[in-house]
Design a binder for this molecule. Structure first.
Ligand code: ZN
Length: 357
């Protein structure tokens, strides 16, 4: 098998992005790309390289005072008439260009070319981020080889369009239920309508004033929304139950327990059960490598509103942020693309940061 990641390709983050995009790697089909990346890293004398499944980790062991992680997932969502890549002017189109092979290319290029970084660096290329957590390479390695991930700070090269997105919001889903009593709709006064009772729940949601929270200079905007509603028995029966599914996106100053407590207050008087939750992550910008990273970027960070693997790093006690060249609004779209200038700018920033000049 010919490895398309040749020395000439590896030396240029733009060419490298294109070569990585052209290795098909839909989730659970990352063996080939992981083989290519592993072969490259094993050939780099200043790195020690390890592999778990289709996750590849390589690190410097220079005895520096601090260690940082540069991480990116190797998988993409399913191809959608956007493979292989296509260059149109200054834009590279194709599945994974934004999310997140341009970010992986930056990390891989640095892994190969920066032999003397100011921190020890762990380069982490992992499988299966786009699907259920049980396949996620970061989760699997955190259980199998937690020492691989020991670090003082992590940068996840997910698409942020060249902006630092710090921390992330938590998410919780709850089902709020109303109850009533069934009756024939011809004699409705004999029953009690649970769907009508849902009106009060919806009014509380409509009138809800979501918090805006600022942490370490990053603004987070919360949201509390009904996302689904269900109820009813038949066309001639007064319904005795209605369920409103609610999604709460909460700022990282609240734990899931505090978020739940807050929702119990909002929906006081109603039955409520939690069906799903994931904690947020504080921006974690106080560590020295994080401060030095912000200085290298030279622009203020913003709060991450979606949930990303930054929260998995935070759960391991490692402050982490997102920073990548792709546009997050294009991720998972058929016309996904990345601006070549954003790749070059990202490369310059990361190189400045790691080399400390
Ligand atoms: Zn991604």
């Amino acid at each position: 098998m010919e490895n398309p990641l040749t020395p000439e390709v590896l030396a240029d983050p733009v060419k490298l992005t294109r070569a990585l995009v052209d290795i098909e790697s839909v989730s659970l089909d990352e063996k080939h790309i992981a083989d290519c990346v592993e072969e490259v890293l094993r050939g780099v004398p200043h790195l020690s390289t390890y592999r778990h499944g289709n996750t590849v980790m390589a690190r410097t062991e220079l005895g520096r005072a601090q260690r940082v992680v540069l991480a990116g997932h190797l998988d993409t969502v399913p191809i959608n008439n956007n493979f292989p890549s296509e260059l149109r002017g200054d834009l590279l189109y194709g599945c994974g260009t934004s999310d997140m092979k341009s970010g992986v290319a930056l990390a891989l290029n640095l892994a190969v070319t920066v032999a003397d970084p100011r921190y020890d660096v762990t380069y982490f290329f992992y499988e299966a981020e786009e699907i259920e957590a049980r396949y996620n390479g970061l989760t699997l390695v955190s259980h199998a080889h937690p020492q691989w991930l020991e670090a003082d700070f992590a940068v996840l090269l997910e698409p942020t369009h060249g902006v630092v997105e710090a921390g992330c919001q938590g998410t919780m889903r709850v089902v709020v239920s109303t109850t009533g009593a069934r009756a024939h709709s011809a004699r409705s006064w004999r029953g009690s309508n649970a769907i009508h009772a849902a009106g009060e729940v919806l009014r509380r949601l409509e009138g809800y004033e979501a918090r805006r929270v600022e942490i370490d200079g990053c603004a987070y905007r919360e949201g509390l929304n009904a996302v689904k509603i269900g109820g009813g028995v038949a066309g001639n029966v007064i319904p005795d139950r209605c369920e409103i599914e609610v999604n709460y996106r909460f700022a990282p100053d609240r734990t899931p327990e505090q978020a739940q407590e807050h929702l119990r207050e909002v929906f006081a008087g109603y039955e409520m059960r939690v069906t799903d939750s994931a904690p947020g992550a504080a921006p974690g910008l106080t560590a020295a490598p994080a401060q030095e990273f912000l200085a290298a970027v030279g622009a203020a960070p913003v709060g991450k509103l979606g949930w990303t693997d930054v929260a998995r790093f935070a759960a391991m006690g490692i402050p982490a942020l997102n920073f990548g060249p792709g546009d997050p609004n294009l991720a998972h779209h058929a016309d996904e693309h990345v601006e070549l200038d954003k790749i070059r700018a990202g490369d310059a920033i990361l190189r400045r940061w790691l080399s400390g000049v």
